[in-house]
Structures are given as C-alpha cells and as structure tokens.
Design a protein around this ligand. Structure first.
Ligand SMILES: C[S@@+](CC[C@H](N)C(=O)[O-])C[C@H]1O[C@@H](n2cnc3c(N)ncnc32)[C@H](O)[C@@H]1O
Length: 238
C-alpha cells in the first residue's frame, strides 16, 4: 500500500480526495492518505509559522523549523520521497507520476504566502511545479499531483489498457474517441470505427494520435518513439 502524507496549514482543503477514484483507492487498501497541520509545531504559543523576509520585501515566508519538525515526526524511512510543492521546481509530468506511483511513501509540503525559507530545500528530495503560473497555495498543486499519481497505482483505475494508451503515456496525445449515438445532428462517427477491422482501427488511431500531437503539441514529437515510416508520414502532413 502506498502512503501519502501532506504537510499543510489547510487540511480541510483536501476534501476532494474523499470522492470517486481517490476514495476507492483508500477504501480498497491501495492508498493510506493523511494530512498534517504543521502549525502544531509553531514557533510560539500564538501559532506563528511564518515571518518577514530578511533583507525586506513583500509578504511573509514560511519558517523552516515547523516544517522540518513535522517532517521528522512522520518520516517513516529515509526512502520517503519528500516533495516541495513550489513554482520554481521541475515541471510535473506523466513520467514523474509514473515514477512516483511505484514509491512506498510520498510526502508533499504545501506552501502559502510568499513561499518558503530557502533552507527547507535541504530537507527534500524533489522540488516540483505544476506549471508556469503562480497559485495562492500548494494544496491545489499537491492534489493535482496526488490524483495523477494514485490513478497509476496498479489496480486503482482497474483497466491497465486505458492508462497505457492515454495522452502523454508515450509522448503522444490520445486519438479521438466516440460513443453512441452513431450520428448526432450531422456529426458522424468515423466509418473505420464501425468496420470491425481491428488492424485498420489500430492504424487509424495511431495516425490520429500522431496528427493530434503534430497539431496541438509538436514539441512532444521530439521525444516520441516513432518508426521511420511514421516520421516520413508525419513530414507529409503539414
Ligand atoms: C504565492 S505562491 C509563492 C510564489 C513564490 N513567491 C515565487 O514567486 O516562486 C505560494 C505557494 O503556492 C504554491 N504554488 C503556487 N504556484 C505553484 C505552481 N505553479 N506549482 C507548484 N506550487 C505552486 C507553492 O507551494 C508556493 O509556496
């Protein structure tokens, strides 16, 4: 079972993890999820966990002591992956989610205000951002990363194929998918999907995934595993 611990000043914000697949993962024993309010390790009886930045500047910074003391109180083993949720970190990707889904314990540290005292970085294994924009808090990014990771734990989503063929799993975006009705207004399901010819369907899906990626995220094609024939086919599509 994977254990995920989150250091946060706002444990109530994690209510979304009590629903749907995240809830099932916990009920079925694939995930143990706990929040820890590091205000319990506040530096004084007034509950202070933040302070003014040395050298001046706007806003307040989270102090290092409450976070490190909370971290040390719950670190099960030195193998725990300890993740600082931070906009200056490396970008979160499907590949990272895949790597984390094999870990025994993940610990997320959520920031607030102007962020963290720099020295907290000495106590973590990863510093990760969810994108090139700034949110008010680390709780939302932590939930995004937890959700993307937990659904990759074997048996959590329940259908390995649906994960293997998804967008980003092989550096390609997913192909278009359709369900009933066969015709909605004048919008028809592509003929090939009704043909029953599995080889043709697979080929169509692969080509559509390649085209989707070419049109929407051409940068991904640089790392995608493509055959020579596919590279040539793609070069003729522009
Ligand atoms: C207002 S932000 C601090 C921004 C910081 N002063 C900076 O410029 O890098 C407060 C907290 O929100 C979280 N946060 C905001 N944007 C994020 C992002 N794109 N990825 C990950 N965490 C983010 C981090 O935990 C951060 O400490």
């Amino acid at each position: 079972m994977m254990q995920i611990d989150v250091l946060t000043l706002f444990p109530e914000m994690f209510a979304p993890l009590e629903y749907s697949i995240m809830k099932n993962a916990q009920d079925q024993g694939h995930l143990a999820f706990h929040t820890h309010n590091f205000r319990e390790y506040a530096v004084n009886k007034h509950g202070h966990v933040d302070d003014y930045p040395y050298g001046g500047g706007a806003g307040m910074l989270l102090r290092v002591e409450p976070i490190v003391e909370q971290l040390e109180a719950l670190q099960k083993s030195s193998h725990a992956r300890t993740i600082l949720v931070d906009p200056t970190g490396v970008p979160f990707t499907q590949e990272l989610a895949m790597e984390w889904s094999n870990e025994e314990q993940l610990i997320f540290i959520c920031g607030h205000y102007e962020g963290f005292d720099q020295r907290i970085r000495e106590f973590v294994t990863d510093e990760v951002s969810i994108g090139d924009y700034v949110l008010t808090n680390g709780e939302l990014p932590a939930m995004v990363m937890i959700d993307a990771t937990v659904r990759l734990i074997p048996e959590v989503v329940g259908n390995d194929a649906s994960i293997v063929q998804e967008s980003y799993s092989d550096s390609l975006l997913e192909y278009p998918q359709y369900t009933r009705p066969q015709v909605f207004r004048d919008l028809e399901v592509p003929e090939v999907l009704l043909s029953g010819n599995h080889a043709k369907i697979e080929q169509w899906r692969r080509e559509q995934a390649l085209l989707n990626t070419l049109h929407r995220r051409p940068d991904l094609l640089e790392t995608a595993q493509l055959s020579e024939a596919e590279k040539q086919w793609l070069s003729q599509q522009n």
